[in-house]
Design a protein around this ligand. Structure first.
Ligand code: C2E
Ligand code: CA
Ligand code: CA
Ligand code: CA
Length: 279
């Protein structure tokens, strides 16, 4: 019994030092790397719920580090948020996306809106809106092609400033989507007041939904809530035809998920679009 506890303690200690070691390495690497060399951006298609048209993409960052290998965003974004590195990373990403939009336009490839995830630190950075405006002007990108995905937690931290940033982004002409809806703790009256255009329902709402009629009703009700608030509703994490059929019977506006396409490079997206149109 006592020995077992010691072993568990040791295992926990090892795990903790391993995690701390990795964290330190991540912090160091994030400071040193050239973003252009180590980050790539993948694009996941979004589809309309009614005619299944291709209506937009979400930009998702990928980091393949020379020394540490592939590090998923769920692991390094929280670290970058703590160190403040998330700000230059987000600016790099927005610039990368705007360049990409221009290239697509020159090639006659229409991807609709491009959604970009924003972290809490970004929304309270005083130069953020001006930085975005400068990038948009430099690349001559129509701001209505940009959508910013924010989360409840990213607003709550420093509400006044974050909300001002959100409003300014909308005034520029970009749209705002509330990501991971249903995982936060905001009251519904609070949500009603948020200056947003869309609500993205968290993929956990789809867990086990195919066999569970109560879960289906629940999802439909949450989607209706968004429609009642005059918000566009996006359902993410759609992985199979059964889930697609369930969502098809709701008032959701857009769908995103592996069923239609995984996050892809620009080249992969272009071939995906060609074969999607042939279907
Ligand atoms: P998120 O914003 O909720 O992004 C959706 C995540 O779900 C993506 O994971 C995507 O690959 C994954 N996904 C899409 N369709 C499906 C599906 O059908 N089934 C399942 N199981 N998963 C699906 P990813 O790319 O690993 O990103 C994880 C999280 O990391 C994102 O969650 C977001 O919070 C953050 N993240 C990713 N890229 C960025 C970025 O450029 N900036 C910021 N601030 N955060 C980012
Ligand atoms: Ca997102
Ligand atoms: Ca999400
Ligand atoms: Ca998320």
């Amino acid at each position: 019994m006592h020995g077992e506890e010691l072993i568990n303690d040791y295992a926990m200690f090892k795990d903790k030092t391993h995690k701390e070691g990795l964290r330190d390495k991540l912090i160091e690497r994030l400071r040193l790397i050239e973003y252009d060399e180590e980050f790539v951006v993948k694009y996941q298609p979004k589809i309309s719920n009614i005619h299944h048209d291709f209506v937009g993409v979400e930009a998702l960052i990928r980091w393949n580090d020379d020394q540490l290998g592939f590090i998923p965003p769920n692991q390094f974004i929280p670290v970058a948020e703590k160190t403040g590195e998330i700000h230059p990373i987000t600016i790099w990403l927005i610039e990368h996306v705007c360049k990409q939009i221009k290239e697509w336009q020159v090639a006659g490839f229409n991807v609709g809106k491009v959604a970009i995830n924003l972290s809490n630190r970004t929304l309270t950075e005083d130069t953020f809106v001006v930085d975005v405006e400068n990038i948009i002007n430099r690349y001559q990108v129509d701001p209505s092609l940009l959508e910013f995905e924010i989360t409840e937690s990213s607003i709550i931290d420093d509400e006044k400033i974050a909300l001002m940033t959100v409003k300014s982004l909308r005034e520029l002409g970009a749209t705002i989507a509330l990501d991971d809806f249903g995982t936060g703790f905001s009251s519904l009256t609070y949500l009603r007041k948020l200056p947003i255009d869309k609500m993205k329902i968290d993929k956990s709402f789809l867990d086990g939904i195919v066999e569970d009629s109560l879960a289906q009703q629940f999802l439909a009700d949450v989607i209706n809530l968004g429609s009642t608030l005059s918000l566009g509703v996006v359902v993410e994490g759609v992985e199979n035809e059964e889930e697609l059929n369930i969502i098809g019977q709701t008032s959701a506006d857009e769908i995103q998920g592996f069923y239609f396409g995984k996050p892809m490079s620009s080249d992969e997206l272009i071939s995906w679009d060609t074969s999607y149109n042939e279907k």
